[in-house]
Design a protein around this ligand. Structure first.
Ligand code: DAH
Length: 351
C-alpha cells in the first residue's frame, strides 16, 4: 500500500513538472525537455530506483509489483515523450519562421556610393586640362606667407594679408598660414621647373569667412599656369573659352572683363553667358545675362622674376577657378552649405 502511494506520487510529480515547463522560451526548450527525460525516466530516476525494492517484496506479490512499476514508468515515459514531440514541433515552427526567406521578393542590390559633387566637378576640370597636356600637381595646405602672398607680388598692406581674411597659424610668427588661394602652388612649380610649364593644381583653400549660403571658411580652387616662349593673351582666351564650352555647353559664350590681381598683368575676370537664359537675363544671373566663372591674367613679370624665370624670354598666363562655384552652377545649387553638410539625401542624388 505504502509502495503504491509512493509510485503514484512519482507519476504526479512528473506530470506537474511537465506542466510547469515554460514553452515560450523556445531557444532553451529542447535542453529543458532532455533534463526532464533524465530526471523522470533516466537511469537514476526515482522510478528506476523503485525496482531495487523488489527484493523486499514477498515473492507472490512480485509480479503485481513489477506490473505496477512498469505501468507507472510507461505512463511517465509516454507523457514526457509526447510532450517532447509537441515541443519539437514548436521549435521547428519557430525556426522556420525565424529563418524565412521570401523568394518572391526582388533581390537586394548592393548600394553603391557616389562621388561627391565637388569631386565630380574637379574630375571634369582635371580631365579637360589633362587632355590638353597639363600636369596635375599638389601643394601644401599649410603654406608660408612667402608662397601665398609675397612671391605672388601681393604687397604687405594688401587687405587679403589681414588676419581678418586669412587664417594664420598660432605660434607661426605670422609666417605660416592656411593657404587662401591655390595660386601658391604656381610658385612652387616655377621654382622647381624650367619652362615650358603647363600645370594645374586643384585643392582646398581657407579664408576667415562666416558660413552662409555663399561663403565657407574652406572651399576649393583649381589653379592653372602656362609658361613658355611666346605665350599670349590669345592662348589664355582660347583655352578658357573652350573650358567654358566644355563645362556649360557648346553654345556658351565668354566675356573677358578687365580686372586686377597682384600676380597677373593684365588681369581679367571671365564671364560665361548665363546657362539658364542664354544671355537674355534671368533670376539666376540677376538679369545680367552673364555669370562670373573665374579670374585669370598674364603672369606678372615680377612673379616670373621671383621664381628665377626671365620675363624677357618667357611669358605665361594663369587662372584660378572656384570649384564650389562651378559645382553650384552645374547642379543648380543655390546654398553652398549643402556641399559641406554631407546629408546623404543630398549626396545620393549624384549616384
Ligand atoms: N587666386 C585668385 C583668387 O583666389 C584667383 C586667380 C585669379 C588665380 C587670377 C589666378 C589668376 O591664377 O591669374 O581669387
Amino acid at each position: 500500500m505504502e509502495m503504491e502511494k509512493e509510485i503514484s506520487a512519482i507519476v504526479t510529480d512528473a506530470e506537474n513538472a511537465v506542466r510547469a515547463v515554460d514553452v515560450k522560451d523556445v531557444e532553451t526548450l529542447p535542453h529543458r525537455v532532455d533534463d526532464l527525460k533524465a530526471k523522470y525516466f533516466g537511469k537514476n530516476s526515482e522510478i528506476n530506483n523503485i525496482y531495487r525494492l523488489m527484493k523486499d517484496v514477498a515473492p507472490v506479490d512480485r509480479p503485481a509489483f513489477g506490473k505496477l512499476v512498469n505501468d507507472a514508468k510507461r505512463q511517465i515515459e509516454d507523457r514526457i515523450l509526447s510532450f517532447q514531440a509537441s515541443c519539437d514541433e514548436l521549435v521547428l515552427r519557430f525556426r522556420l519562421s525565424a529563418e524565412q526567406i521570401d523568394i518572391t521578393l526582388p533581390g537586394r542590390g548592393a548600394v553603391k556610393g557616389a562621388l561627391h559633387p565637388l569631386t565630380l566637378t574637379r574630375n571634369l576640370l582635371t580631365d579637360y586640362f589633362i587632355s590638353l597636356g597639363f600636369e596635375v600637381t599638389d601643394g601644401p595646405e599649410i603654406e608660408t606667407d612667402y608662397y601665398n602672398f609675397e612671391a605672388l607680388n601681393t604687397p604687405a598692406d594688401h587687405p587679403a594679408r589681414d588676419a581678418q581674411d586669412t587664417f594664420y597659424i598660432e605660434g607661426g610668427e605670422g609666417k605660416f598660414l592656411l593657404r587662401s588661394q591655390t595660386s601658391a602652388a604656381q610658385i612652387r612649380v616655377m621654382e622647381n621647373k624650367k619652362p615650358p610649364i603647363k600645370m594645374i593644381s586643384p585643392g582646398r583653400v581657407y579664408r576667415a569667412d562666416e558660413v552662409d549660403a555663399t561663403h565657407s571658411p574652406v572651399f576649393h580652387q583649381l589653379e592653372g599656369l602656362v609658361v613658355d616662349k611666346g605665350i599670349t593673351m590669345c592662348d589664355l582666351k582660347g583655352i578658357l573659352d573652350a573650358l567654358a564650352k566644355r563645362l556649360f555647353g557648346e553654345s556658351v559664350k565668354t566675356r573677358f572683363r578687365p580686372s586686377f590681381f597682384p600676380f597677373t598683368e593684365p588681369s581679367v575676370e571671365v564671364d560665361a553667358s548665363c546657362v539658364k537664359c542664354g544671355g537674355a537675363g534671368c533670376k539666376a544671373c540677376r538679369g545680367a545675362g552673364w555669370i562670373e566663372v573665374l579670374g585669370a591674367g598674364m603672369v606678372n613679370r615680377a612673379v616670373l622674376r621671383n621664381c628665377g624665370i626671365d620675363p624677357a624670354v618667357y611669358s605665361g598666363f594663369a587662372f584660378g577657378v572656384g570649384i564650389d562655384r562651378i559645382t553650384n552652377l552645374l547642379y543648380g545649387i543655390n546654398d553652398m552649405r549643402v556641399l559641406f553638410e554631407n546629408d546623404v539625401r543630398f549626396l545620393k542624388q549624384f549616384r
